[in-house]
Write a protein that binds this ligand. Sequence first.
Ligand SMILES: Cc1cc2nc3c(=O)[nH]c(=O)nc-3n(C[C@H](O)[C@H](O)[C@H](O)COP(=O)(O)OP(=O)(O)OC[C@H]3O[C@@H](n4cnc5c(N)ncnc54)[C@H](O)[C@@H]3O)c2cc1C
Length: 488
Amino acid sequence: MADRTTSQLTLFWHRRDLRLSDNVGLHAAFELSAKVIGVFCLDPHILEGDDVAPARVAYMLGCLRELETAYTALGSRLLVLRGDPRTELPKLAVALSAENVIWNRDVEPYARDRDRTVAAELRERDINVDTAWDQLLHVPGSIRTSSVNSKPYTVFTPFRKNWSRQTKAEPLPAPLRACDLTPEELAIAEKAGATDVPSDAELGLEWDAGFPIDPGEVAACAVLEGFTAATVFEYDTARNFPGVPGTSGMSAALKFGAIGIREVWQATVKASQECKTVKACDGVRTWQDELIWREFYQTVMYFFPELADGPYRPQWQDFPWKNDRAQFQAWCEGRTGYPIVDAAMRQLNQTGWMHNRCRMIVASFLTKDLMVDWRWGERYFMQNLVDGDLSANNGGWQWSASSGMDPKPLRIFNPTTQGKKFDPDAIYIRRWLPELKGLDTKRIHSGKLTPIEVQSHGYVMPIVDHNTQQKRFKEVYKQQKELHAQPA
Ligand SMILES: Cc1cc2nc3c(=O)[nH]c(=O)nc-3n(C[C@H](O)[C@H](O)[C@H](O)COP(=O)(O)OP(=O)(O)OC[C@H]3O[C@@H](n4cnc5c(N)ncnc54)[C@H](O)[C@@H]3O)c2cc1C
């Protein structure tokens, strides 16, 4: 690498790392030169795709606005481009005679393909490209099986064991000062398409229902601090009850890198040193496990990009899904007649977020009870979730549909039992299904509301019978297994 200089211009391309602190690539950029300018590209492939969620875009824009302010405070700036990064980024770098363009790597197939093209375009123009791994504690490839030809893991438990043994990197400090563009350079950048952060309305994706966590680094750090000082100690139990705020709500911040993963991990280590009871220690360990699930799903997406397109298990490739559009619509709108399913779907529709327990319940219901292809549900989640993330969402859906890498394949949740067990006082159900507010808790969880009860509360009768459907599903599943077990 060249010496650190103030004359050398380095562009740092932000993508899922919308922060200054604990940012591996940005830290490397500042090692290289003091004149580091942040760039973000609003990519139409993502913003105009059919799985864009207004909540997610609004959260991202909020993070970008805070990042813009943070760059200004440093003495530098954030430039925003609109268009395909493959053309826009090289155009800006050439116009500004940038010497380096640096970014943090991603695991998703689209991003990897796009990045290869951007790097080639820049190198062709003699611009230095450097990349780093930032969004994971352990980069893909560093955690492998101990077999002779050491392979990537496809099962969580051994991955977790190996992952847990590895030394974790410390958080990196934020840069303190940077140099700005000259007025002439700024005019050149604007001519090359650089603008400020737009509003969600300008992008035609309005969202005014708020977020589970405020956008930006400041809010993410504050939530982490509060969560790891108290709630995490109850997490082992509380995380299962959607009616209580027992989880961190940090998924959107982790998705967009409003906080660095090293910083998050360090906070969990500190919490584990402070826990005073076995239960409190279990809480911290279980939360750490969720962060490991996040790493597992990203790692498998990196090594098995075909997961993004379909099922991992062969017997699911030609699974005879029923795909009834009216039933799918009822599921989307929270009108299935199963209170816990409907409450969860309305939470998603109204807030852009859904509790993890409920994500598992509604995913099981869609695939096993309604026999709708899990990819329909996966897309609907992406179209609505503030934290929608290809790896975690695909992993969650394949786990729920039984089509993924999970070694325990057939899992069917009974929505009535789940509601009774995890929302015993129907707090969550009543919050999202106000029409059931006046109904007795026992009746809500009875699994057999009468037509009169349903009508008088303005609710709906179940669109399918769970017991019948699960039997039907098991039969079809058995047939599929036999079909695929036959020698070709
Ligand atoms: C069908 C289905 C779809 C899902 N889609 C997504 C998605 O698009 N984006 C997403 O971030 N998570 C997804 N999850 C995982 C999980 O539901 C959310 O991460 C969690 O509900 C977010 O809330 P939280 O931040 O309060 O989580 P916490 O319980 O506080 O967990 C801390 C963090 O760990 C990570 N995490 C937790 N659980 C998981 C998990 N099972 N898999 C991967 N990472 C996890 C998240 O980054 C989360 O913020 C999905 C799960 C299922 C079953």
